[in-house]
Design a protein around this ligand. Structure first.
Ligand code: FEO
Length: 169
């Protein structure tokens, strides 16, 4: 049976991953309707990836004899200034998620729930990879500035970077 404090902290994280999925969906919609089909494809798939992050937590709680719970989530913003603005907001959000995962890890350690802390290692590695990925994308966008041809190429590149997420386990 999962420790109740740990369960409650994981349920909070489930909410955050679900919000991440909706936030990236809102960003993908903006990109698709603003002339960035490659960025849209990338973000649609990233929204799916966040749902996978959520589902992995849901299954974990239930498999440990607990109860995964869904919560109300706020509506994400749908207004963005530019592609740079979109990816700056992605980066800001991922940093917040990394902090949240670290806090969750701390709760598991404090509660001596080593099974959960071991399970959370996957998320810690994933956050590192995501922050690196978004940093690379942000650097490229900043490099081209407002150059239209440059933006076109970045959009093409994002199209190629879109990868279907692995199924939730
Ligand atoms: Fe679920 Fe992008 O972290």
């Amino acid at each position: 049976m999962i420790n109740l404090k740990v369960q409650s902290a994981i349920n909070e994280q489930i909410k955050k991953e679900e919000y991440s999925s909706r936030l990236y969906l809102a960003m993908a919609i903006w990109c698709e309707t603003s002339g960035y089909p490659g960025a849209a494809k990338f973000l649609y798939e990233h929204a799916d990836e966040e749902r996978m992050h959520m589902m992995k937590l849901v299954h974990y709680v239930n498999d440990r004899g607990g109860n995964a719970q869904l919560m109300d989530i706020e509506q994400p913003t749908s207004k963005f200034e530019s592609l740079l603005d979109v990816f700056e907001k992605v980066m800001e959000h991922e940093k917040y998620i990394t902090e949240s995962i670290n806090n969750l890890y701390e709760v598991a350690l404090t509660e001596k729930d080593y099974t959960t802390s071991n399970f959370l290692q996957w998320y810690i590695t994933e956050q590192l990879e995501e922050e690196n990925l978004f940093n690379t994308i942000l650097d490229k966008i900043k490099l081209v500035g407002t150059d239209k041809a440059g933006m076109f190429h970045i959009d093409k590149e994002l199209d190629g970077m879109a990868v279907a997420p692995a199924p939730a386990v």
